[in-house]
Design a protein around this ligand. Structure first.
Ligand SMILES: [Zn+2]
Length: 177
């Protein structure tokens, strides 16, 4: 799995430039598949395989969001719902790219689970400020995810992004040793 930070950033990337409401909705949807952690941490219930990590779940959630958006007469409810769907899919892709935990991506068509054979993104470390692996993996993640978000940016934002990416990757990779 990727970190909450990386997922939220991906949601930001999907909803960027679309207004604050869409941005928030996309960030929520980019985090939504990890809602099964709420059950695990809150009630000790573990869903395995993680059905929330499937195209079926994300599509259902985006469909429900579309109904809510239309009910509140959001003028661009279709567009917002599609962006939410894409943000949810970004979560599935990022977790797949970690290549550690296989998820039932094609549920309900099949319960077969999938993970990339090669880990492109680091697995999120246990979120503990004293866990060096948490910081190392977060730094490497940011070094990979930020360039994807900032590639359309210009001027100072692009320069700041390049600087943050370089420092993040260098810090992350130096902590690896
Ligand atoms: Zn996840």
């Amino acid at each position: 799995m990727s970190s909450f930070v990386a997922h939220a950033l991906a949601g930001y990337g999907v909803g960027r430039g679309q207004g604050r409401a869409v941005l928030v909705a996309c960030a929520v949807f980019a985090l939504l598949p990890d809602m099964d952690y709420a059950l695990l941490w809150g009630a000790g219930v573990e869903i395995e395989p993680r059905l929330t990590h499937s195209i079926g779940f994300v599509t259902l959630a985006a469909g429900l969001a579309a109904l809510v958006f239309r009910a509140v007469q959001w003028s661009s409810w279709r567009h917002a719902a599609v962006l939410c769907w894409l943000a949810g899919l970004s979560h599935l892709v990022m977790d797949w790219l970690v290549g550690v935990h296989a998820n039932p991506l094609l549920y309900p068509i099949t319960m077969q689970t999938f993970a990339s054979p090669v880990g492109i993104l680091p697995s999120a470390g246990h979120p503990d400020p004293f866990n060096p692996y948490f910081w190392r993996n977060l730094a490497i993640e940011l070094g990979i995810v930020l360039p994807l978000l900032l590639w359309r940016s210009k001027g100072a934002i692009r320069l700041a992004g390049i600087a943050i990416c370089t420092v993040s990757l260098a810090a992350g990779l130096s902590l690896t040793r």
